[in-house]
Design a protein around this ligand. Structure first.
Ligand code: ATP
Length: 208
């Protein structure tokens, strides 16, 4: 049985924090692949077009043979749910033990996801600690345990582990803010992504 992980997100744009998370997951649980799944343009959130986010993902991941970008969400019409992504990818990659990579902020919302209770048990969770308000790694673990407990109270057993990375304060919103403020984003995103952003004049609009 192969071991694969899904890493979903808006990736608007992809940054070094995402790449460090994916690379750590790859080695921490000996995955064969990390499948990056950019979401469709989220409602009520102005994001760069799906095609542009995909292009930036491809530029950033192309030198790592264990990274693949999936267009599974782009092919769907209407609202896209994580559980549908896992079902669709399971059809493409049969005989797979699945992992799902998430940042701590996203993992906290899992109990409220559409069919989140089902999804919670369909894969193992690889959680990237994330600075939400001065959390330390120990506090990140506590937050994960609270989510586990919340699900346990509904008789759901989940498997999870924290990824062994230092807290990285980079976020896509920070990159977009730096672009708006004409501040350099060198060393926050791969060079190819930085050039793509500059050439397309992304994120320079003053209003988010
Ligand atoms: P935004 O700032 O626009 O909310 P983001 O940086 O959180 O974006 P997403 O594409 O929404 O980027 O993130 C995809 C996944 O990666 C989410 O589960 C998120 O929690 C996680 N993630 C993003 N940046 C980091 C980081 N620096 N450390 C740990 N996890 C991260």
């Amino acid at each position: 049985m192969q071991e694969l992980a899904i890493f979903g997100g808006t990736f608007d744009p992809i940054h070094w924090g995402h790449l460090l998370v994916a690379e750590t997951a790859l080695h921490q649980v000996s995955l064969e692949k990390v499948i990056w799944v950019p979401s469709l343009n989220p409602p009520h959130k102005e994001a760069a077009l799906f095609g542009h986010r995909v292009e930036m993902l491809q530029l950033a991941t192309k030198d790592n043979p264990s990274f693949t970008v999936s267009l599974v969400e782009g092919k769907r019409s209407g609202t896209s749910y994580a559980i549908s992504t896992l079902i669709d990818l399971s059809a493409c990659y049969p005989n797979t033990h699945w992992y799902w990579i998430v940042g701590l902020d996203t993992f906290q919302t899992l109990p409220g996801w559409y069919r989140g209770h089902e999804l919670a048990q369909m894969c193992d969770w690889l959680i990237a600690p994330r600075q939400l308000g001065g959390e330390t790694i120990t506090q990140s673990k506590l937050i994960c345990k609270q989510v586990e407990q919340q699900l346990k109270e509904q008789s759901l057993i989940i498997h999870w582990q924290l990824l062994n990375i230092p807290l990285v304060g980079v976020s896509s919103s920070l990159i977009r803010k730096f672009c708006r403020d004409r501040q350099s984003i060198r060393y926050l995103v791969p060079e190819t992504v930085r050039s793509y952003i500059i050439n397309n004049n992304f994120y320079s609009n003053k209003s988010e």
